[in-house]
Ligand binder design. Structure first.
Ligand SMILES: Cc1ncc(C[n+]2csc(CCOP(=O)(O)OP(=O)(O)O)c2C)c(N)n1
Ligand code: SF4
Ligand SMILES: [Mg+2]
Length: 296
């Protein structure tokens, strides 16, 4: 099981208080834990999204990470260039493309796939709040089936793109999923990724109270339920070989999963769902487990 004790991790703040994140923001949590994992040994490349807004304006920025804000579709291309330049000058910081689901799975997909195929020496973190939050909650290809957004008023009719599997298919050295509800698991994965040369992908599940329509005090509860219902599977893969992470292992057994309605009912974005939609989601969960376990 886990060896990390969160109380023993660096407590230095790299996301300062007074930042522009909404209450209960999962991206702020993700950034806080990133600082605990890697200290200031990080160069962040950030395309447009909530994380570019959270920073605030220079010189009063709330980020203490070295940060480059870049056009939406370019983050992995810029990160790859930075990583190459860094090697020339002998700088040892880890270059991280830190992008939302829109910036990763939709508009950033081409540069993401290109950097993965070239095995560029970067980490891509997809901070997945399952919609374009910064511009007003529009659907992305990572919005799940049935979810309301301002562009899917009656619930999204398409399924969530299986991006971690797509990244596995790139045969890169490291692919992992993480959740803001399990910081030690996420921090361990960031540290492992930082220690590996080549392309690394971490997909961070990040429930957003504003877009998912729940009380901000429930961010961690919602994230935890995603794992406990089997909706979000924590795993890591070295060179394509998948291991289910300890916090998700109990849920390989279907009987041990919490009913998915526990997860759905906390979020108003699923309020238009009918019983047949819930059945379909249950089937999607079973299918996702079966597919993933084939790679173990
Ligand atoms: C080329 C381009 N198209 C559109 C935009 C407008 N825009 C800024 S942020 C954003 C949404 C980002 O969504 P996501 O990547 O999921 O990040 P989040 O805001 O959810 O953190 C969009 C569409 C832009 N800045 N540049
Ligand atoms: S909209 Fe969501 S992800 Fe964006 S800053 Fe607010 S809580 Fe964070
Ligand atoms: Mg988003």
């Amino acid at each position: 099981m886990m060896v990390l004790n969160i109380k023993e991790l660096p407590q230095e703040k790299y996301l300062l208080s007074g930042n522009a994140a909404c209450p209960g923001c999962p991206e702020a949590l993700g950034l806080k834990y990133l600082g605990m994992a890697l200290d200031d040994k990080v160069i962040l490349v950030v395309p447009a999204g909530c994380s570019s807004v959270i920073q605030g304006l220079a010189p009063g920025s709330s980020f203490r990470f070295t940060t480059l804000n870049v056009p939406f579709a370019s983050s992995d291309a810029v990160a790859a260039g930075l990583a190459a330049a860094k090697e020339v000058v002998g700088e040892d910081a880890v270059v991280i493309a830190w992008a939302g689901d829109g910036g990763t799975a939709d508009i950033g997909m081409a540069t993401l796939s290109g950097a993965a195929e070239r095995n560029d020496n970067i980490i891509h973190v997809c901070v997945d709040n399952e919609a374009y939050m910064n511009t007003g909650i529009q659907r992305s290809s990572l919005t799940p089936y049935g979810a309301w957004t301002t562009t899917t008023w009656t619930g999204k009719k398409e399924r969530k793109k299986e991006l971690p599997l797509i990244m596995l298919a790139h045969k890169v050295p490291y692919v992992a999923t993480a959740s803001i509800a399990y910081p030690t698991d996420y921090i361990e994965k960031l540290r492992k990724a930082a220690s590996i040369k080549g392309f690394k992908y971490i997909h961070l599940h990040a429930p957003c109270p504003v877009g998912w329509r729940f009380d901000p005090k429930y961010t961690v509860r919602v994230a935890k339920l995603a794992v406990e219902t089997g909706m979000w599977i924590l795993f890591e893969a070295f060179n394509g070989k998948v291991t289910i992470s300890p916090f998700s292992r109990p849920y390989q057994n279907k009987e041990r999963r919490k009913p998915v309605t526990e997860y759905l009912k906390l979020q108003e974005r699923f309020r238009t769902m009918k019983p047949e939609d819930v059945k379909l989601i249950e089937k999607m969960i079973d299918d996702a487990w079966k597919t993933l376990l084939k790679f173990t």
